[in-house]
Write a protein that binds this ligand. Structure first.
Ligand code: SD4
Length: 329
């Protein structure tokens, strides 16, 4: 089985690197030591949740031509944001229970700079608004109408993001109005993307239309720094998908990065965070949460509660999609 082999291979690689990482942490925290002794050989790398192969291709193009991880993740996640067939992100995303498409997104760079928008409507590329919040305001997070006005002031166009298909499905849903997300189907395809560029700098982005038929005003984990996304340039980056409420409760992506700080390989770090979710959520058998992580050496991996979670990778030897390991067998 491909995923199992991959897990073992990654674990072995992680084990081999563990000694180096601990050694360096004990001896030195200087950037110089990191660039001379730890510089990974196989950079750049980009990974993203689910089957976001096209998004990775675009991000890889940026990375391969020497661009920054920050530019790569923004360009990458704009692909599903604009894709009408991606029903969990941006244009074409499923609406809330009142028929509004409301978007959550955030971005974070190597130096812990971050920007976020939540409950944003009518803007096709929330990730670019999040980046503007990061770069052009003294704030980290703008929500709702404030985020929308900020977007308009910065040249973003007001657009109708509810497609006929989404409207028809929503009208059908209204007949029962039962909020019952189906694991790996409705709670699917949120993109969290992590990249490390040729200079060894990390960045991440996460963008979603959130849970289908959510209450109006509901914000999930995806725009919350530390929940849906976290980057620490000294350690690595992590992102989450699945039931946002469960991810927020354990500050999931931050937890994954902290586990990597303690020396765990990305797969093991994601597994530890999944186990935390399972311990805190009595109803975990009926929900899905998946994490994805990339460390500063360019190693990556994911772990989920349930079967069915996968992630896409683009690295020097080409693109591939991996099935994640999962807890509930
Ligand atoms: C949310 N975490 O809003 C998101 C949903 C998701 O794939 O990941 N969908 O809770």
């Amino acid at each position: 089985m491909k995923s199992r082999r991959k897990f073992i291979r990654n674990s072995l690689a992680g084990g081999a690197l563990l000694g180096t990482a601990i050694h360096l942490e004990a001896c030195s925290t200087s950037d110089q030591a990191e660039t001379t002794e730890e510089k990974p050989s196989e950079l750049p790398v980009v990974v993203s949740t689910w089957n976001n192969v096209k998004a990775n291709e675009v991000a890889w193009g940026v990375l391969d031509s020497g661009g920054s991880a920050l530019d790569a993740v923004e360009a990458g996640v704009k692909v599903p944001e604009a894709d009408v067939n991606d029903r969990s992100v941006g244009y074409g995303g499923r609406p809330d229970r009142d028929g509004n498409v409301t978007l959550d997104a955030c971005i974070m760079d190597h130096g812990s700079n971050c920007g976020s928008v939540a409950f944003l409507q009518h803007i096709k590329h929330p990730i670019s608004v999040a980046r503007k919040v990061m770069e052009d305001t003294p704030h980290v997070m703008l929500v709702g109408n404030g985020a929308f006005q900020f977007a308009l002031e910065n040249g973003f166009e007001k657009e109708d993001l509810l497609t006929d298909k989404s409207r028809e499905e929503w009208e059908k849903w209204l007949q029962t109005s039962e909020y019952k997300p189906v694991i790996n189907i409705e709670m699917h395809d949120t993109i969290g993307m992590l990249a490390i560029d040729q200079a060894g700098k990390l960045s991440g982005a996460c963008t979603t239309s959130g849970a289908a038929y959510k209450m109006q005003g509901r914000v999930g984990d995806s725009p919350i720094i530390g929940a849906g996304l976290f980057v620490d340039g000294d350690i690595g980056a992590a992102t989450a998908t699945g039931l946002g409420e469960a991810v927020i409760k354990v500050a999931g992506s931050h937890l994954v990065v902290e586990m990597m700080r303690q020396g765990l390989h990305p797969v093991e770090a994601c597994k530890a965070a999944v186990e935390r979710v399972i311990n805190k959520e009595p109803d975990h058998k009926n929900l899905q949460v998946g994490f994805l992580a990339l460390n500063k050496h360019g190693e990556y991996g994911g772990y989920a509660i349930q079967k069915g979670y996968s992630y896409a990778v683009y690295e020097r030897n080409g693109p591939h999609t991996d099935d994640s390991e999962f807890a509930l067998k």
